[in-house]
Write a protein that binds this ligand. Structure first.
Ligand SMILES: [Zn+2]
Length: 175
């Protein structure tokens, strides 16, 4: 988009355009525990839209997005969702030219530690950032992290990909 919205008012103007196109969305099924879902963990980068990359429609695949698409940040949501529906498969999606490669864990820790050391102590800052040449490695780390996590069931399949923002291609890393 040439002019991305930068205020709530601009966002609401976009919504006004969307509203006439909206179609009612299906309710949860009566037996929600029987629902089998895959989910995607991806970066918040607005250049990387998993729904677009995989051609997803409304009510198909839940997507968790955070800085870098890191499993450590997402795992709590994966686990909580899995208490409600059967999370059968998790896809970890990192991408080339990710902003997380421009930041460092140390910079995050020192910046947020200056705001509140006590609050910072509640978070795991290690492993949010990764090297520009190590995107496949960051995916591999996250796949391994999820596979050994006590909240993630052994039956849940975990697969990892690197998305190339230039070509649109996917490199399957693990799983
Ligand atoms: Zn990113």
């Amino acid at each position: 988009m040439a002019n991305p919205p930068q205020t709530t008012e601009q966002l609401l103007a976009r919504h006004a355009t969307y509203l006439p196109t909206h179609k009612p969305i299906a309710h949860f099924p009566a037996d929600i525990s029987a629902v089998k879902r895959m989910l995607i963990i991806s970066c918040i980068d607005p250049r990387v839209i998993p729904e677009q990359i995989f051609g997803l429609e409304v009510n198909e695949v839940p997507v968790l997005r955070n800085v870098g698409g890191r499993a450590r940040t997402a795992v709590w949501d994966v686990a909580v969702l899995d208490t409600l529906v059967d999370v059968a498969e998790v896809v970890v999606l990192h991408h080339t030219n990710c902003g997380a490669t421009l930041n460092t864990d140390a910079h995050i820790a020192s910046t947020l530690g200056a705001r509140s050391e006590r609050e910072l102590a509640k978070y795991d800052v290690e492993g949010i950032c990764f090297a520009a040449d190590g995107i496949a490695a960051s995916v591999r780390d996250d796949v391994a992290f999820l596979r050994q996590h006590p909240f993630v069931r052994k039956e849940t399949r975990v697969v990892g990909f690197v998305y190339d923002i230039w070509t649109g291609g996917l490199e399957r890393v693990d799983g």
